[in-house]
Ligand binder design. Structure first.
Ligand SMILES: Cc1ncc(COP(=O)(O)O)c(C=O)c1O
Length: 362
């Protein structure tokens, strides 16, 4: 039925398939930045907590009977540590982006996205009635030009804290522009929470930005927190609006209780082990700099390659040596890359072995 489409994908070397995880391989591919997915005590504590509740499943939407004290406690905890007025959880980062970007821009509004914004936001932007513009990746001048050229009732700008493929850090000036033009700023912190900031809470923490009613922070739980799900931090006013308009929050079963509690345990663990975790992150940044002269803002190292074939070949060679890294090809990225995550779950010695191999192939 779809042979011609599939053949076209095959011909351009872009065919994807599910990749069965091989636990024997040393993992430099996953977004589990802090190695939390392998810490047994987090799992044990979560299980003990969940056992105290009558029901271990959310069972319905948050707007019906699925909003349970586990969600509420987590929201309160997150709002407090991030100094936001309010929070709400979502089933995943994809659903959280859909919630925000599909519901906030209305007719006569203007939505402006960074051109490298995540696919979930790009998809959601196709569902809105508002005018949609994209600015050149991380280019604040271009963003300001678009702001000056357009009139709109409300302006919503969406950016990422650390960009998922390039690993680029958000420009600090965005917060100044936000204050000047009073737009609603969505910061997707999927790849910055747990990785940057004095308390490892992401870019608001890193740039010491005090959240205002114009700020919205989206964080995911499936990356540094080693769980699954997401959260949105915002003003109480925006939360009230989302609860009434965001379809992926309203018409979806509430997030998994187990995953939310596991993430809460992850945040607590992170806070208790802050210095050690930051030291370990620093060691990995130093290694990547030593081998490649590249300063990672977070824990993403993207090695640009000439072709998709080269990316797949290098990935295969590393696999034969016992390592898994991601080979990311167009259309996900404009140029093929090996995406290497120097996560804390794998030792610095193993990271050096991978770096040595990659340098030797240059
Ligand atoms: C920047 C960014 N936002 C959102 C998402 C979606 O998050 P989730 O995996 O929790 O659905 C991802 C995941 O790949 C991401 O990289």
């Amino acid at each position: 039925m779809y042979s011609s489409e599939l053949n076209a994908i095959k011909k351009s070397n872009r065919l994807r398939d599910t990749q069965l995880c091989e636990p024997g391989l040393v993992d430099f591919a996953s977004n589990d930045y802090l190695g939390f997915s392998e810490i047994d005590s987090l799992l044990d504590r979560t299980y003990e907590e969940i056992k105290k509740y009558k029901s271990h499943a959310p069972k319905s939407s948050q707007m019906v009977n699925g909003y349970q004290s586990i969600h509420k406690n987590f929201e309160d905890y997150l709002s407090k540590i991030n100094s936001f007025e309010s929070a709400i959880t979502a089933g995943s980062g994809f659903l959280a982006n859909l919630a925000l970007i599909e519901s906030l821009p209305r007719k006569k509004d203007l939505l402006i996205l960074d051109s490298e914004y995540h696919a979930s936001g790009i998809l959601a932007s196709k569902l809105v009635d508002a005018k949609v513009e994209k600015f050149e990746h991380n280019d604040m001048k271009n963003l300001e030009e678009i702001l000056q050229q357009n009139r709109a009732k409300r302006v919503i700008v969406a950016v990422e804290g650390i960009y998922s493929m390039s690993g680029d850090l958000l420009k600090r000036e965005i917060f100044e522009l936000c204050e000047k033009y009073k737009f609603l700023l969505i910061v997707d912190e999927a790849h910055s929470v747990g990785v940057v900031g004095d308390r490892l809470l992401g870019v608001f923490d890193l740039f010491d930005v005090k959240p205002t009613k114009y700020h919205i922070k989206m964080g995911t739980l499936g990356k540094a927190m080693g769980s699954y799900g997401a959260y949105i931090l915002c003003s109480s006013h925006i939360r009230e609006y989302l609860v009434n308009r965001a379809k992926s929050l309203i018409y979806a079963t509430a997030p998994s209780l187990f995953d939310i509690e596991l993430a809460r345990q992850g945040f607590i663990y992170m806070d208790e082990n802050l210095k050690r975790l930051k030291d370990e992150i620093g060691k990995r940044r130093e290694i990547i700099y030593r081998f490649f002269g590249f300063e990672m803002a977070g824990l993403i190292f993207s090695l640009e390659l000439n072709s998709s074939v080269e990316a797949l070949t290098l990935q295969k060679k590393l696999k034969d040596l016992g390592f898994i890294v991601a080979a990311i090809r167009p259309p996900t990225v404009s140029k093929p890359i090996l995406r290497i995550i120097p996560r804390l779950g794998a030792s610095v010695n193993k990271l050096e072995t991978v770096c040595r191999f990659l340098v030797s192939t240059k």
